[in-house]
Design a protein around this ligand. Sequence first.
Ligand SMILES: [Zn+2]
Length: 206
Amino acid sequence: MSGPEQTAPDLPHDTSLAVWDLPSPAIAGRRATVKAGIACSSGCNLSGARIDVHNETGQRTGSGEAGSAPWPGTTSLYWVELDVAAPDMPGECAWTLRATASGPHAPATSMVRVVVAAAPQHRVTIAVTEKGSGGPVPGVDVRVGMFRGATGEAGIAQIDVPAGRFDVVACKIGYETLSSTIEVAGDIAVHLKAAPASEPEQPYWM
Ligand SMILES: [Zn+2]
C-alpha cells in the first residue's frame, strides 16, 4: 500500500470484479443472465479473463470470458454477459463469481444474492386509464410482486407470474401511485384508474 512506487514485474496487480444487471428475479430451473467485468488497478487489458459462477454448493453454474472491448464509458472494465443456471427451487440464493486473468493479476471474487421465483404460469393484463378522461395511460411502470412491466401506447401491460397473491403497484410521474392486491390462479385482467397527481386546488380556467 505505502512505500515507493515500484514497477517490478513480479508484483501482483490488484483486480476488482464488478457484477451488474442481476436477474430480478431469476426463474427457477431456467437460465439467467448477469453481467460481470474485471478491472486491473493498473489499467491492463484483461480481455479473455475467465469469469466463473458457482452456487452455494460449489457447483459451477456458468462461465465466460471477458470480451475485447471495455464496458462503454470505462477505460479498462473488461466484461462478459454470463449465462447462469438458476436453482430449481424458488427462494434466495448466493452466487460466487470469480475472475482469473493471466499475468501478474490476482484473482478477484464477488458474491451476489439473487432472488429466484417460480416459473410464471399465468398472464396478468393490466389496463391503466386516466381517471376522468378515461384515456389510456402509456409508460406506467407496473410491478406484480417481483415481476415488472410497463404499459404501452394502449395503456396495457402484460406480466407473466406464477400463481399466488401479489401486490400490484403502478406508478408514473405526474400520477398518483396506484396499489392493490390480486390473487392469481389463472390469467387475470386488472383495470387501474390513474389520477393525475394532486396539486393544490385550482380554479378551472377556460
Ligand atoms: Zn494489470
